[in-house]
Design a protein around this ligand. Sequence first.
Ligand code: NAD
Ligand code: MG
Length: 377
Amino acid sequence: MRSRGVAILGSTGSIGTTALRVLERQRDRFHVAALTAFSNGALLAEQATRFAPGYVGLVQNGGGEHPGWGMGTACLIDAAVLDEVDIVLNAVVGAAGLDATLAALERGKRVALANKESLVMGGALVADAARRGGGELVPVDSEHSAILQCIAGRPSSEVRRLVITASGGPFRRWSAAQLENATLADALQHPTWRMGRKITVDSATLANKALEVIEAHFLFGLPYDRIEVVVHPQSVVHSFVEFVDGSVLAQLGVPSMELPVLYALSYPDRLPDTGVPPFDPVELSPLTFEKVRLREFPALELGMQAGRLGGSAPAVFNAANEQAVAYFLEGTIRFGDIPRAIESALDRLGDAPSGTRDAILAADGSARRHVQELFRC
Ligand code: NAD
Ligand code: MG
């Protein structure tokens, strides 16, 4: 079998470094054709030495000398459209990933999508780009990888309901009053996953689950009233699919992103791999499930409302959340301000125009400015 070329956008991050661990073991099937990062030139240089990609790109050069590297935001697209790239693993965080997702799909590439934000903000655009260019979107998010594995090619008319699992994050049992002033250190203590800071905060507010519900809507073509969320603190059942005959399938595995990353590369095939610890149901038990507490975690309901509204509302939700989380990470606002910022942006801008890339980016920009003005930062 021909070795497939993989571009990793965001190779220095949590998903990016996870993917390189997987690719290190799968050198017979895949080779690293391109690597990009935002500003960590030292780690990127180390990765480039180890994997010898044909293309290396750094968005912001902090001063190091890197002859031959691509520079600036254009390097994401430059890497994504290279002829020797078959699969683009988009592991960039946030709206910055949108153009690379679109460009790769338009060039007929497989996009292994960790960057859920690009699908949430540009759902219809992303589908159009794939249709036009013959590209293919395969999810890396563990829940969506689970759903894809359970659906296994059956048409959406045979699916009654998706049930997406949520760990509940570090604040699963906290009261609304406690949540209001939860600190950054508290929010960064995720019980089951080690991830980048933005998604870790999203997992604490449950905005991440809202992004995932919208992501599932676009990936699997189901209306929002057939997508539900259940809390599952152990993160072993990665999601459920209920079929029209009442049968329910789930995909299980130890909480490691190596499994969904490998599956997004090999889909629909499965490759022998022994990277993660063996599955031991006794060791992992008990597996428990709880109702999600929507009142305490308003970001989830707000995101689902934005999804149902459609148009540019998901882009407004995403951008307001990104801006608010950035402020929370720098210590400017309180944890409880994050959902308030989202609600305010959706109230003001939820019906902004959509349909084109420019309209979506305008909605994204307006939502960010709205949150900036809200806190006058
Ligand atoms: P991270 O912060 O650890 O890594 C982000 C990567 O993107 C880094 O390599 C960084 O250099 C690059 N980057 C950041 N901003 C950029 C910009 N403006 N332009 C270009 N590159 C930029 O984040 P992560 O946890 O790896 O998450 C990446 C994506 O994967 C997110 O969309 C997240 O929601 C999704 N995801 C992550 C996990 C996980 O376990 N970490 C699980 C599911 C989905
Ligand atoms: Mg997930």
